[in-house]
Design a protein around this ligand. Structure first.
Ligand code: RET
Length: 306
């Protein structure tokens, strides 16, 4: 009996993994084999979703665009607390919010229209779901997010132009090569990996330039009362952490090719979108307001909390 009790948990592992994989397969097996699909189809389209899974994605996508709308109100409403010299940072946040709101709203509609409820599961109807919209949005947002750093750091014109150019070129190449790669996530994993790897090279380049820029300019920021040089250095780690969620989402069709994988992927995307655009914007607007206080800008001083 004691031996049986000891062996039971060990035996339970293969039993439950078999059980769950059978249930999982019944609900999430691809409808055709990879070679039968056309290039360009995202992996979300080849799965069937339980009402729970379909609803979670639907709700998470709603949260994504609602957060951008909320952010837009925040950045516009607090604009005048920031000195004109740094105000462009909040304007850029507002630009990011509006473009992300439109794209994520469209994506959410796309999700709701793409699937039809048949035989107790949600399956692809006549329109495909496409994450490609995200990449087009990043083409606007990534350069804006990086230019915000240039504004808040208050770089000289020459350095601003030099870093700005590297950010725009490196950022766009990172996004567009990844955009090509995601077209092959169902049909051709070799292409998927190659384009993903090229994109990663540009990602590392952009991170390197961000790190270098912050390292060489953070110490010029005021130390009192808040340690802004340290805050600015932490922004680098924050970018690294939140931006890396995007390549993880890119890899989900390989790491977790099931309907729950698709749910997790959209949760990762939404978390990344809220943290890298809205919360990031709020952090930079905080630093911009502190710098405005340092310039003795009255609206920044009178709205500061002590
Ligand atoms: C891709 C392709 C796979 C490899 C890598 C990628 C990096 C994506 C990043 C996106 C950042 C987007 C942001 C959007 C904000 O609006 C393209 C997924 C490295 C870093 C910050």
């Amino acid at each position: 009996m004691r031996l049986f009790r000891k062996l039971l948990p060990i035996a339970a592992v293969p039993f439950f993994s078999l059980l769950f994989s059978t249930i999982g397969r019944a609900q999430t097996a691809p409808l055709l084999s990879a070679s039968e699909y056309p290039d360009g189809l995202n992996f979300e389209n080849i799965l069937a979703y339980s009402p729970l899974q379909h609803d979670i994605i639907s709700h998470v996508l709603t949260l994504g665009y609602a957060a951008q709308a909320a952010g837009l109100v925040y950045f516009l409403a607090t604009l005048s607390n920031i000195a004109p010299r740094y105000r462009l940072s909040s304007v850029l946040s507002a630009v990011v919010m509006s473009s992300a709101f439109l794209e994520l709203f469209q994506l959410s509609q796309n999700w709701n229209d793409a699937f039809v409820f048949t035989d107790g599961v949600w399956q692809l109807g006549t329109e495909a779901f496409s994450n490609g919209f995200r990449y087009m949005n990043w083409s606007i947002d990534v350069p804006m997010l990086l230019l915000q750093l240039v504004v808040v750091l208050g770089l000289t014109r020459r350095r601003a132009v030099s870093y700005g150019t590297q950010f725009i070129i490196g950022g766009l190449l990172m996004i567009w090569t990844g955009y090509i790669g995601q077209f092959y996530e169902v049909t051709n994993l070799t292409q998927f990996w190659i384009w993903g790897a090229i994109s990663t090279v540009f990602y590392i380049y952009v991170l390197f330039v961000i790190g270098q820029m912050i390292n060489t300019s953070a110490d010029a920021l005021p130390n009192q009362p808040d340690n802004l040089p340290k805050a600015m250095r932490n922004v680098f780690w924050y970018i690294l952490l939140t931006w890396t969620l995007y390549p993880i989402a890119y890899l989900i069709p390989v790491l977790l090719p099931t309907a729950w994988g698709a749910v997790i992927r959209q949760i990762i995307y939404t978390t990344a979108d809220i943290s890298s655009k809205v919360i990031y914007g709020a952090i930079l607007s905080y630093i911009a307001r502190k710098r405005s206080e340092d310039l003795a800008y009255e609206p920044a001083i009178s709205t500061a909390r002590r």
